[in-house]
Design a binder for this molecule. Structure first.
Ligand code: NAP
Length: 255
C-alpha cells in the first residue's frame, strides 16, 4: 500500500510531541497519504488514528529499544517499499537523578532508546526516503551542555544533535534535510517517567513550553531545511551561552 503515496513515519507517536507531529502533519501536509505510527502502547496509537483525517494508517506497536522492534519495522519497510517523505524520531525518555542512584537498566535504557533506536530507525528508513524528504530528530536543549543530575539523558541528546547535523551534510546530495529539534522543557508525559527518582527542578517547571508550539516551530524549521530547531528566546539564549561560556562554569548553575 505504501507505494501509492507519500508516507510519514513517526516514532513516539502515542503521546506528547510525537503525537502532535502526527496531528499537525495530517492537518498541514495534504501530500502525505499515509502514516506509520510507532510506539509501545497500541491503544494510544489506535486513538491517534482517529485524528489523522482519514489518511491510511499503519499502526506499529513496537518496543524500539529491543532488536525485535527494529527488525519488525525493517521487515515492514522491505515488504511495502514506502515512499517516505517525512521521518520523525520522537521516541525517547529521560530520567532525572545521579547515575549511582539509578538502576543500571534505567541508564542504559536511555542510550538504547534515545541513541541506538533512533540511529537504527534512521538507518533502515534511509533507503526509502524520497528526494526533498525531511528527517526530524528529537534532541533537546539538554544536548547543549553536560548536565549533572541528568547526565545520561543530556549525553544521549548531544549524540542525537551531533549525529543529525553530520547526517544532514551526508544527505545534502540527495536533497534530504535533517533537523534536530532542541526544545527546553515541554509539558508532556515525559515528566511522569523523568521524575521516577527525583522531582524536576522548579526553574524547568516554570519554563515549560507547549508541545503544539514546539512542534509547529519544528515543522517550519524542517520545511526551511534548518539543521537545528530551538523553540523560544530563552532556549535560544541558553544555546548561545552554552556555546561561549566554559562548561565547568555553566555546570555550577545546573547543579
Ligand atoms: N518533554 C520535554 O521536556 C522534552 C524536551 C526536549 C526533548 N524531549 C524529547 O522529545 C521526545 C518526545 O518526548 P515527549 O516529551 O513527547 O515525551 P512523551 O510524551 O513521554 O513521549 C515519548 C514517546 O516515546 C515513546 N517511546 C518511549 N520508549 C519507547 C520505546 N522503547 N519504543 C517505542 N516507543 C517508545 C512513548 O510511547 P510508548 O510509551 O507508548 O512506547 C511516547 O510515545 C523524546 O525524545 C524526548 O527526549 C522532550
Amino acid at each position: 500500500m505504501g507505494k501509492k503515496g507519500n508516507v510519514a513515519i513517526i516514532t513516539g507517536a502515542s503521546s506528547g510531541m510525537g503525537r502532535e507531529f502526527a496531528v499537525q502533519i495530517a492537518q498541514n501536509y495534504p501530500s502525505i497519504h499515509e502514516f506509520w505510527i510507532v510506539a509501545r502502547r497500541r491503544e494510544r496509537l489506535e486513538e491517534l488514528q482517529e485524528k489523522l483525517l482519514g489518511r491510511r494508517v499503519k499502526i506499529l506497536a513496537l518496543d524500539l529499544s529491543r532488536q525485535e522492534g527494529i527488525d519488525t519495522l525493517e521487515k515492514a519497510l522491505a515488504e511495502e517499499q514506502p515512499r517516505v517523505r517525512i521521518l520523525v524520531n520522537a521516541a525517547g525518555f529521560g530520567i532525572i537523578g545521579k547515575i549511582g542512584k539509578m538502576k543500571e537498566e534505567d541508564c542504559t535504557g536511555m542510550v538504547d532508546t534515545n541513541c541506538r533506536a533512533l540511529t537504527a530507525v534512521t538507518h533502515i528508513t534511509l533507503p526509502y526516503m524520497t528526494e526533498q524528504g525531511q528527517i526530524i530528530q528529537m534532541a533537546s536543549s539538554a544536548a547543549f551542555m553536560p548536565q549533572p543530575g541528568f547526565a545520561v539523558y543530556a549525553a544521549s541528546k548531544s549524540y542525537v544533535l551531533s549525529f543529525s547535523r553530520a547526517l544532514g551534510r551526508e544527505l545534502a546530495g540527495r536533497g534530504i534535510t535533517v533537523t534536530a529539534v532542541c526544545p527546553g522543557p515541554v509539558k508532556t508525559e515525559f515528566f511522569d517517567i523523568a521524575e521516577t527518582y527525583e522531582a524536576v527542578k522548579l526553574y524547568k517547571k516554570l519554563t515549560m513550553a507547549r508541545a503544539d508550539r514546539v512542534v509547529y516551530q519544528a515543522l517550519v524549521d524542517a520545511k526551511h531545511g534548518r539543521s537545528v530547531s530551538v523553540y523560544g528566546s530563552l532556549m535560544k539564549g541558553f544555546r548561545i551561552l552554552a556555546k561561549f561560556l566554559p562548561v565547568d562554569f555553566l555546570m555550577l548553575f545546573v547543579k
